[in-house]
Design a protein around this ligand. Structure first.
Ligand SMILES: Nc1ncnc2c1ncn2[C@@H]1O[C@H](COP(=O)(O)OP(=O)(O)OP(=O)(O)O)[C@@H](O)[C@H]1O
Length: 247
């Protein structure tokens, strides 16, 4: 059997004596879509940043395509496109200028800029300043930059925040297309319905700990309607609606 594309082994993150991530283990198969689900402060961004190589674990090992960040940073980074949950865009720069700058940094051909603008439906906004964009449009620019280098692994932090219903559907369609082209996707969300719609596999995170994981198919067979809501609540030992994730 092939090695998992992403391997996270006994990973911990401690900052100022606070354990933000508590012994996380995760295997992600190549070509799958994995949803990291949890409420505010669950530790999702911290886990994603460590897998993306932006933050280093206090202990434990992470490899992507069998490459470890500490052994070969350049090759490790080439495996990954990362979409942060937020970003302060410089005033005055247009969508095309920003993507062009990122493309140059990553040595991606400039022709790719218009391709990714087209993928996220912002080709007609290419010469407009990004700081004037709505939240959803800025999200689509961040999505576009993550796809610039056609990375084998796409890591996205709360990618659907701010998207309208049309772009929510488009997001699902895009991820399915990305998957069909052989890419692996890891995204975080507090919207369990999105995870149910698009993910093959979900991991429930709470207080930096893994509270349960499995295929969406497995949870459907177990719980029928609203499988991830039910599974998440049961994993946390919650019986009332008050424990639902805020959406
Ligand atoms: N640099 C930091 N220093 C100290 N504490 C931090 C730092 N970064 C995150 N935290 C804390 O770690 C915990 C997990 O934060 P994280 O951003 O990973 O959660 P999250 O699941 O992504 O939350 P959200 O959905 O609200 O974005 C929170 O309690 C947060 O306050």
């Amino acid at each position: 059997m092939a090695d998992p594309f992403v391997q996270v082994v006994d990973v911990n993150k401690v900052i100022q004596k606070q354990k933000l991530v508590d012994n996380i283990n995760l295997n992600i198969d190549a070509g799958s879509i994995v949803g990291l689900c949890g409420g505010n402060g669950a530790g999702k961004s911290t886990v994603l940043r460590m897998i993306a190589g932006i933050m280093q674990p206090t202990s434990g090992e992470i490899s992507v395509n069998r490459i470890q960040w500490k052994k070969d940073r350049k090759q490790f980074s080439q495996q990954i496109g990362y979409m942060p949950d937020d970003f302060q865009f410089s005033h005055g720069l247009t969508a095309a200028e920003i993507l062009s700058f990122w493309a140059a940094l990553r040595r991606v051909p400039q022709t790719r800029v218009d391709e990714v603008l087209g993928i996220v439906g912002l080709e007609d906004k290419r010469n407009e300043q990004v700081h004037t964009f709505s939240k959803g449009m800025r999200q689509r620019i961040l999505f576009a930059q993550a796809m610039l280098g056609k990375p084998p692994l796409l890591i996205m932090d709360e990618p659907t925040n701010g998207l309208d219903p049309y772009w929510m559907n488009e997001f699902v369609r895009l991820l399915q297309k990305i998957k069909s082209e052989g890419h692996t996707v890891l995204f975080s969300t507090h919207q369990l319905d999105i995870a149910e719609e698009v993910a093959d596999y979900v991991v429930f995170l709470n207080n930096g700990r893994n509270y349960g994981e499995g295929t969406v198919e497995y949870f459907r067979e177990q719980y029928g309607a609203f499988p991830l809501h039910t599974a998440f609540q049961q994993s946390l030992g919650i019986t009332s609606a008050a424990g639902e994730l805020n959406e």
